[in-house]
Design a binder for this molecule. Structure first.
Ligand code: C5P
Length: 228
């Protein structure tokens, strides 16, 4: 079984990102590079990390008119990313065009709702109903549009997996059980562990700070790998 963990390299310095990725290589399945990294280091930064020979996940959350998103997908094609994110809220045509432009070997994954948005934030944007309903609505739209899957939280992954059996489900916001302060019961209830997300149907586990900010990142990556 290939390792489902993609390490979120949310570090400002390219040399530090390359060094850290090299350290944990072999104990994570791939590298996730976000908008901040891409704006700071561009294609050059991606090339540097690609030298390590691991799959690259470009978390760019593209959202624009269909033609612009398709052209952006074509522009990053040379980087041969394994996974690219777009926003499901861009609509069905945008998702269809993004998938068509991505090429066979790149998974296109739609972000449903940013976890920074709650019911009140949604209402302010004119969307009625709960955040949970909005996630499921956009997950269904993404499936109809023919993209590979969606990004969802560890709390939603089981419900999405039920509706989309072969969906490629990317789950961030995970915390290993032993990283919880004092392992308090209250924290345990809210936090989803990598293993629990995997068991609930996650295809990819996005993990950043539990590894990048660990005193010993290699030991942290190994410990997570051992639970999977
Ligand atoms: O929290 P952590 O450092 O593990 O986050 C890893 C990645 O997952 C980050 O790039 C962050 O943007 C993303 N994330 C997310 N939703 C959350 C928590 C983190 O998309 N609730």
């Amino acid at each position: 079984m290939t390792n489902p963990v993609f390490l979120a390299l949310d570090l400002p310095r390219l040399d530090a990102a390359v060094a850290l990725a090299g350290k944990v290589r072999g104990h994570v399945g791939g590298l996730k590079l976000g908008l901040e990294f891409f704006c700071a280091h561009g294609h050059h930064g991606v090339h540097e990390l690609a030298q390590l020979g691991m799959p690259i996940f470009l978390d760019l959350k593209l959202h624009d008119i269909p033609n612009t998103v398709a052209r952006a997908m074509q522009a990053i094609h040379v980087l041969e990313p394994a996974i690219v994110t777009i926003h499901a809220a861009g609509g069905r045509a945008m998702m269809e065009d993004a998938k068509a432009a991505a090429g066979e070997r790149c998974k296109v994954v739609a972000v449903t709702l940013l976890t920074s948005m709650d019911d009140a934030d949604l209402a302010q944007t004119g969307v009625g109903g709960s955040a949970h309903d909005q996630v499921l609505r956009l997950a269904d739209l993404a499936q109809e549009a023919g993209v590979d899957g969606i990004v969802c939280s560890g709390h939603e992954v089981a419900a999405v997996h039920q509706r989309w059996k072969n969906g490629f489900l990317v789950v961030p916001g995970l915390r290993p059980a032993d990283s919880l302060p004092g392992n308090r019961a209250g924290d345990q209830k809210r936090v989803v562990t990598p293993r629990a997300a995997r068991d609930a149907g996650a295809s990819v586990l996005v993990i950043g700070r539990p590894i990048t900010r660990a005193a010993d990142p290699l030991a942290a990556a190994r410990a997570i790998e051992a639970t999977l």
